[in-house]
Design a protein around this ligand. Structure first.
Ligand SMILES: *[C@@H]1O[C@H](CO)[C@@H](O)[C@H](O)[C@H]1NC(C)=O
Ligand SMILES: *[C@@H]1O[C@H](CO)[C@@H](O)[C@H](O)[C@H]1NC(C)=O
Ligand SMILES: *[C@@H]1O[C@H](CO)[C@@H](O)[C@H](O)[C@H]1NC(C)=O
Ligand SMILES: *[C@@H]1O[C@H](CO)[C@@H](O)[C@H](O)[C@H]1NC(C)=O
Ligand SMILES: *[C@@H]1O[C@H](CO)[C@@H](O)[C@H](O)[C@H]1NC(C)=O
Ligand SMILES: *[C@@H]1O[C@H](CO)[C@@H](O)[C@H](O)[C@H]1NC(C)=O
Ligand SMILES: *[C@@H]1O[C@H](CO)[C@@H](O)[C@H](O)[C@H]1NC(C)=O
Ligand SMILES: *[C@@H]1O[C@H](CO)[C@@H](O)[C@H](O)[C@H]1NC(C)=O
Ligand SMILES: *[C@@H]1O[C@H](CO)[C@@H](O)[C@H](O)[C@H]1NC(C)=O
Ligand SMILES: *[C@@H]1O[C@H](CO)[C@@H](O)[C@H](O)[C@H]1NC(C)=O
Length: 836
């Protein structure tokens, strides 16, 4: 499933480019500087502008519902610096929304709701009604009332970024994000205090402006806010009349101060079209509190991270350094009552090497200056939030390490006497001195018992493995994982796909001479096997890194699936690096050939057959989705994969194959080029590939069945060799040029007007059942709903087509996105007005 996901992801990446193509050619709507209630926006709605719908008067900033470059499923309502495409503020940083989730502005406030219409972010309530939402040239997003009084502004809700003119007041802070791809608030913050500007990690200070050589202190007045202008950073006191601290910076018109996810505060100026860093704190990577994880020692050489003696890295503990000895562990929790729940008698202190220091020692005062080591440890033992101590013997200074330990750093000059001790819990109860011998006896007894237990267990496991192996030998492909490929030679079970030899296939296909098609998964040859059955032999081009056993496992699971509307797999063959699948041959070829075939003497596929094909496809898919033990998502429903047998019986092919291909497989491109136009919108996003994704593709194919031509407006490439241009306008007999109209959009418009007859393939010259055309169009539109959960299941589609289930009204608002996919919006609408 993971793999399927990855595959779908790479599909999605490609499809993104293809889908964007027509969008980019459309002209961008005009962006306003101010918006009035009632107003709603989704990313989809403003996709031509990358989600932007508001612009500052001189164009420096835009407000948009946007996504971070690499995650297409997480959208944020943000203010963006246009020239650098940098997010300077975002509303819902902790709760990203989907592309279809909505922002709304009413007279009561601005709010963002998720797909289930639950508010994830909103402005507070105000005393007067909102008149407009404006984006100023400073980058400030404001809500004003009818008297032009500002009710709310984004500058007052800082995120991780500060820009020129934005004030950071005492008691507020910038909060670092989890990472470049996740804007959620993490452990770092830059806080303005009445005396200073400080960086903190989980509440512990690791940098102060007052300790900087570059910072000039002008006054002792309590600080009230921090602000940047073109030339510097200032902490102002007394309502801005006095400068308390100042830091001079390179002059630039646009500056941002950002607290990065690694805990570094940097100020950059926008110069010559790029950000130039000016002020970076802390500079030394080892001065950052969590560079090497919990208790990792950051050494300035390189820099490198190592664990202190007596500790080792534990990946399960988020790469923290933990005591090597199993019987000793770091205190796990400290509840509100201050009791760790662990007995003080078992507390031990693990001494750190000389030269290791902790950032907290530079910012915290020692609890006492005249304590010997054992007293210092006692103080720590009695406080469960104390995680260790640093002690200086010569002065008697005792520093406590607070809860949440960070990384260790090299000692700075002048602190050489300081020694660290980490508090730990010994799970072996402390044995009084006089009983030491006895204790040893106990522990050796423990060792003996453990050891004999281990031997017994090992024997047991070996016996079980042996027994199971015997059983497996009599079983089939279901569990081929435990076989080497050599074992495959002997396995052959009636009813399951057989393994053909390469020679058999060479003979059957006359040395692969009779190619009948090719596609993303490889080339297909026609052949006749020994028992005179006609078969299609599919040569899988590349197996990627997953190997043959994987291939066989998949083959076995595909081979187990039998349904009248699915192509039957007869067998397979592995020859060196090549793999072959042997299917029953379908003598009428693919739906693509029959429907879009360009030979003028080809008979037109009659309506009744089309309806039967629609039903057969639906039944086959319904079986894949819910009929077999394991749900199978086809991932690539398109006319090329719908095969037809005598009397137009539908057989879906290539199911289960998506799993076989590795995503680095270059052939994927080919697969995709045949697929675009059938991809559901959620492929654009990295999540939510479900059976409903197939339903969408099915809907697209249904419309093509109705119309008899490809849906796509732009040139659809068919899979390689066969069928040059399926969508040539030659058979379009109506006066308007249908070749220019995106058919799904036309279907939607005609559905609104209940004009179904005009949608049917003109080559049929009216030989259709109008009520069936209506059924197919309505079912198809329901399948195309942008929100996957609004699409019917395939089982329900079958019921609708069989007339057992009422066909609901397609939701027009969930189909408006088709306008964007159709591209050339204006052109399409112009044509539509001509039609209407
Ligand atoms: C901008 O304003 C014009 C009229 O002033 C309006 O027609 C248009 O829809 C507005 N655009 C947006 C994105 O709100
Ligand atoms: C705005 O929407 C609210 C409901 O959300 C409605 O009560 C109000 O009448 C609408 N105002 C306008 C001007 O359409
Ligand atoms: C836009 O306005 C801001 C603030 O008035 C100003 O700093 C900036 O230089 C202006 N940008 C342009 C491109 O005019
Ligand atoms: C609203 O106030 C801002 C300053 O707060 C001013 O620049 C703007 O011109 C005012 N607009 C109107 C319509 O009064
Ligand atoms: C972002 O980080 C938060 C906190 O660590 C986490 O809960 C959330 O799942 C992350 N979001 C994504 C999209 O990774
Ligand atoms: C920046 O602010 C400081 C302190 O208020 C002021 O002295 C300086 O002139 C300002 N610089 C600019 C370019 O406005
Ligand atoms: C454990 O600590 C308590 C007080 O915190 C003290 O009374 C008790 O004697 C200690 N036990 C031992 C074994 O040190
Ligand atoms: C530490 O100091 C306390 C009192 O100040 C004293 O009782 C204790 O013996 C000292 N311990 C050592 C190891 O010197
Ligand atoms: C610690 O200091 C005391 C006196 O200040 C001294 O007696 C003792 O030897 C010192 N211990 C170590 C380990 O340096
Ligand atoms: C325990 O230590 C923490 C931090 O080191 C301190 O804030 C707290 O007051 C201490 N609690 C007691 C009871 O001493």
């Amino acid at each position: 499933m993971d793999f399927l996901y990855a595959l779908c992801l790479s599909f999605a990446t490609f499809s993104l480019c293809f889908l964007l193509f027509p969008i980019l050619t459309a002209s961008s709507p005009i962006l306003n500087h101010s918006i009035t209630p009632n107003f709603t926006a989704t990313n989809m709605q403003f996709i031509d502008n990358s989600g932007a719908f508001l612009e500052s008067p001189n164009g420096t900033f835009r407000a948009s519902i946007n996504t971070l470059e690499s995650i297409h499923s997480h959208f944020y309502f943000s203010v963006i610096h246009v020239a650098s495409n940098t997010i300077i503020w975002s509303a819902n940083r902790n709760t990203p929304i989907s592309y279809s989730a909505m922002l709304s502005l009413t007279i009561h406030g601005l709010s963002i709701a998720d797909d289930s219409n639950r508010a994830v972010w909103s402005t507070p309530s105000f005393n007067s009604n909102i008149a407009s939402l404006q984006l100023l040239d400073t980058g400030n997003l404001i809500l004003v009332d009818a008297q032009n009084v500002s009710l709310w502004n984004s500058f007052d809700s800082p995120t991780d970024t500060l820009i020129i003119g934005q004030r950071l007041y005492v008691g507020t802070s910038l909060n670092g994000a989890v990472g470049n791809n996740n804007l959620s608030v993490d452990d770092y913050r830059l806080a303005v205090t009445s005396k200073d500007l400080v960086l903190q990690w989980k509440g512990q200070t690791y940098w102060k402006l007052s300790m900087e050589a570059k910072a000039f202190k002008n006054s002792d007045t309590p600080v009230s806010y921090m602000e940047m202008n073109r030339t510097g950073l200032y902490l102002f006191g007394a309502d801005g009349s006095e400068v308390v601290f100042q830091v001079f910076l390179e002059t630039s018109d646009t500056k941002i101060g950002r607290l990065g996810y690694e805990g570094v505060f940097s100020i950059s100026g926008f110069m010559g079209n790029k950000w130039v860093q000016d002020f970076v704190k802390p500079v030394d990577i080892c001065q950052r509190p969590f560079t090497c994880g919990k208790l990792g020692f950051c050494s300035n050489q390189n820099p490198t991270c190592i664990c202190p003696t007596g500790f080792h890295y534990d990946a399960e503990e988020n790469d923290a350094c933990v005591p090597i000895e199993d019987t000793i562990s770091l205190p796990s929790s400290c509840d509100e009552s201050g009791n760790s729940g662990e007995f003080n008698s078992s507390t031990v202190y693990l001494e750190l090497q000389k030269g290791m220091d902790y950032f907290g020692n530079h910012f915290n005062r020692p609890v006492n200056h005249v304590m010997n080591l054992s007293l210092c440890q006692d103080v720590c033992s009695q406080n469960c939030s104390c995680q260790g101590i640093f002690h200086e013997n010569s002065s008697g200074s005792c520093y406590l390490l607070e809860y949440n330990l960070g990384s260790l750093m090299p000692m700075t000059f002048g602190e050489e006497g300081l020694l660290g001790y980490i508090k730990a819990i010994s799970t072996v109860s402390v044995i009084p001195d006089e009983n030491k011998k006895h204790g040893l006896a106990v522990s050796s007894l423990v060792v003996i018992i453990t050891f004999s237990g281990f031997v017994l267990a090992t024997m047991l496991v070996m016996i079980i493995i042996w027994l199971r192996k015997k059983r497996y030998d009599r079983m089939t492909f279901g569990r081929l994982n435990s076989f080497s490929t050599a074992d495959l030679e002997v396995v052959s079970i009636p009813g399951l796909p057989v393994r053909f030899s390469y020679e058999e296939l060479v003979a059957a296909t006359e040395n692969f001479n009779n190619q009948i098609g090719s596609g993303g998964f490889g080339t297909v040859y026609k052949g006749i096997i020994a028992d005179k059955t006609v078969v299609a032999v599919k040569k899988i081009s590349s197996l990627g890194v997953r190997g043959k056993v994987e291939f066989c496992n998949e083959t076995a699971s595909i081979g187990n699936i039998h349904h009248v509307n699915l192509v039957k797999l007869r067998g397979f063959c592995i020859h060196g690096k090549q793999c072959f699948l042997v299917y029953d041959y379908m003598n009428r070829g693919s739906l693509e050939k029959i429907l879009f075939g360009n030979e003028s003497n080809d008979p037109v596929l009659e309506w009744q057959k089309r309806y039967e094909i629609a039903l057969g496809m639906a039944r086959g898919l319904a079986y894949l989705h819910s009929g077999c033990q394991q749900k199978i998502i086809h991932c690539d429903i398109k006319p090329e994969n719908i095969l037809l047998h005598s009397d137009f019986q539908v057989k879906i092919s290539d199911f289960g194959l998506a799993k076989l291909l590795s995503h680095e497989n270059s052939k994927l491109l080919t697969t995709l080029s045949g697929t675009r136009g059938y991809l559901a919108p959620e492929w654009l996003t990295s999540h939510g590939i479900t059976d409903k994704t197939d339903v969408y593709s099915y809907g697209m194919v249904l419309l093509e069945l109705v119309r008899g031509r490809r849906n796509c407006l732009f040139q659809c490439s068919s899979t390689e060799s066969d069928v040059s241009e399926g969508n040539g306008p030659s058979f379009i007999s109506t006066s308007w040029d249908l070749g220019m109209v995106y058919f799904p959009l036309l279907a939607l418009e005609m559905h609104k007007q209940r004009r179904y007859k005009e949608l049917a393939d003109p080559r049929l010259e009216g030989r259709v059942r109008i009520e069936e055309v209506e059924t197919l169009v309505r079912v198809a539109l329901s399948c195309l709903h942008i929100v996957p959960t609004l699409r019917p299941s395939m089982t329900n589609v079958v019921a609708m087509l069989e007339g057992r289930l009422h066909i609901g009204e397609p939701r027009v608002e969930a189909l408006e996105f088709l306008r964007l996919y159709g591209g050339k919006t204006t052109e399409t609408s112009r044509l539509l007005t001509r039609i209407g």
